[in-house]
Design a protein around this ligand. Sequence first.
Ligand code: HBI
Ligand code: FE
Length: 273
Amino acid sequence: MATTEQGGDVRNNDNVIAQDWEAYSAQDHAIWRRLFERQSRLLVGRACDEYLAGLDQLGVCADGIPDFRELNEVLAQATGWQIVAVPGLISEAAFFGHMAERRFVATRWIRTPEQMDYLQEPDIFHDVFGHVPLLTNPAFADYLQAYGRGGLKALRLGALDMLARLYWYTVEFGLLRTAEGPRIYGSGILSSKGESIYCLDDAKPHRIAFDLKRILRTRYRIDDFQESYFVIDSFEQLMGETAPDFAPTYQELTGLAEFEPGDLQPSDILADA
Ligand code: HBI
Ligand code: FE
């Protein structure tokens, strides 16, 4: 077992670095506090209960950038996930390799005040505030590990373009159906003030019932709000529908037309209908 500087045991230390929590400046913590207070207030009534329960359980509190060592103690008990710090975007193989073993890679740097409302690459606020709370939910925790394993397989099959769409339309931009209407679980939305409002309130985007093959064929935008969101009935449904081997599906879909992000398809069931 290789170990990282912060004392955790990491079997695969691809790209792993120490979070170096003591090195954060007062300004770093102040940016976190501004983002946390604004977003956590906005998400009440918008984020799904499972996310809000995770945020609460982790105590990812307003007073500053959390220490991965403390979060890892809670995660170890809840679902066995651990957070490892990496310098920035890492290779797909390393990213999936960690995920397949319940290690969530998180960047350790935080955005500047000028980047409050948008940044291209994930920073620690996106990774920790956006992704980590749902790792306390057993069904979602299972899904994400299965996704990591599927990613390694997709790499071998040359099907990563299709599988990345599943990640995008669930883990990053997914919505969950509830009795009160759709609620947010996707991290790209949870860490974004504008999109947390737009995805539920704006009449423009389509909200489509989850459909795996439809998603695998649907391109996405990385530089603007999504034009379509996919809505699951539960994390158990998401896990159940993506558990089978994707190899035959990749085979079936290869060569078929791909869909533009904002185009509706005849088979679409609108979730807010
Ligand atoms: N690396 N650190 C980091 N964080 C990510 O979210 C990430 C990555 N590498 C690849 C990647 N995401 C995406 O290509 C996934 O869809 C695989
Ligand atoms: Fe992300």
